[in-house]
Design a protein around this ligand. Sequence first.
Ligand SMILES: Nc1ncnc2c1ncn2[C@@H]1O[C@H](COP(=O)(O)OP(=O)(O)OP(=O)(O)O)[C@@H](O)[C@H]1O
Ligand SMILES: [Mg+2]
Length: 509
Amino acid sequence: MFSKVFTCALNGLDGYLVQVEADISNGIPAFDIVGLAGTPVKEARERVKAAINNSGYRFPMRRITINLAPADTRKDGSGFDLPVALGVLISAGEIPQNSLDEYMVIGELALDGSIRRCSGLLCKAIAARELGFKKLMVPFDNSSEVSVVKELEIYPVGKLSDAVNHFRGNNPIEVLPPKEISISQRNVYQYDFADVKGQKNAKRALEVAASGGHNLIMIGSPGSGKTMLAKRLPSILPDLTFDESLEVTKIYSVLGLMPKDSPIITERPFRAPHHTVSSVSLVGGGSNPKPGEVSLAHHGVLFLDEIPEFPRRNLDVLRQPIEDGIANISRINATVTYPCRFMLVAAANPCKCGYYGDPTRVCNCTFRDAENYLARLSGPLMDRIDIQIRVPAVKYDDLENDRKEESSEEIKKRVNKARKIQHERYKKVGIYCNAHLSGPMLREFCKLDKDSKKLLRASFDKLNLSARAHDRILKVARTIADLEESEIIHSRYISEAIQYRTLDRTIRG
Ligand SMILES: Nc1ncnc2c1ncn2[C@@H]1O[C@H](COP(=O)(O)OP(=O)(O)OP(=O)(O)O)[C@@H](O)[C@H]1O
Ligand SMILES: [Mg+2]
């Protein structure tokens, strides 16, 4: 007897239809799975056999062939167990033929017949809807994750026997009610700028960076609060839109990182990989391609602490993802892409021991040592960092002061306003923030008044700035003007933007 059950496999974040065909014929008992099945799928045989037997059904001792169509794409992951088991049971006559025709089915089986959660369910549920399915059967533990997908009847199932009874019409499973995501579920950031005492300049630089989407580097001695500041950056970025939340959630879902009780990620991600991270973990890859840290930071912040300690080749591989907003992973038979639009925030000590230029600590590094330490950063990655600041140690007076510091909520209001101005201005050119301004756009949108031109020319000659630094100053000045709601870039905005080129002024010329 022959049967067919529909399920789904992933290519990147996109799901595509897989038909599980099961055939039972006479012959020497065997159980084969064909159709470019990866190791976890091949292992499904043992799980399916045990799960069927332990659920009170008889596993047919005949010749069973499972084909996963299309046969030319490699299938990985464990979500195929349940469709394979149901296919076998239909072919064995345990479940009526055609009762699964309208369903897409996904689930991993435990040996006792219970159904375990799988990864990538959100992407698969979205694919099911796009493929025109009306009904989706998923593991009970994944139900929260898929509950946000509308126009789809979702049947959460905990045991193989429950699924069988449902399709026999004995004990139908209730459809999961769709979940509405309310705004009140948003914005619960763990870290707030109100905790950071003093550091007025650094906070201002972070506000400018958040407003224009600029990448940023902070240089300062240990304990000056660089990590503390970076962790608070997501809390002042504009709220994620629903579509952005879905995009982020898809990535976490593919990696199986979704919390059980939370349907969707509403906070901007903050990822801080250690400098010993491999390039595969950073940008994604592997024999069974997975998204890397850059994609986990999608729509959020990628924080590279101690950036001079990262191997140069790892910093170089970041270039293309930063530029394109997508990570391309080439495999032998396909290229997989994952989105990765993030704000890069880096931190560095000023020298190897960390205390160069600190008035309170002894440092044996020479000027040349300090220069060499930071010179490791020069190159393609630094070209993509608009704001470079020094973070001095917090003053004792500030630390002891009981004055209430501004909260993230208040800063975010200003950021939102500046972003709105940019959205309006760039509607026609297809970018959404100042950091993405290209050369010709800079000339069109960054109009300087006479004084600003004069100041920029004078600084250019005096500080020996490069053409690259010139463009970055213009972009940042544009953001500062937007924060002030000014269309014209006045000279005070230019001078503030020049303050944010610390490294150019000291080592890079
Ligand atoms: N401005 C500040 N207000 C309140 N606490 C601060 C401030 N700056 C630093 N601290 C305290 O000092 C601790 C160390 O700061 P943090 O880890 O951010 O320093 P860092 O610059 O990242 O140091 P390192 O270079 O060693 O990584 C913080 O956890 C915080 O408790
Ligand atoms: Mg730190």
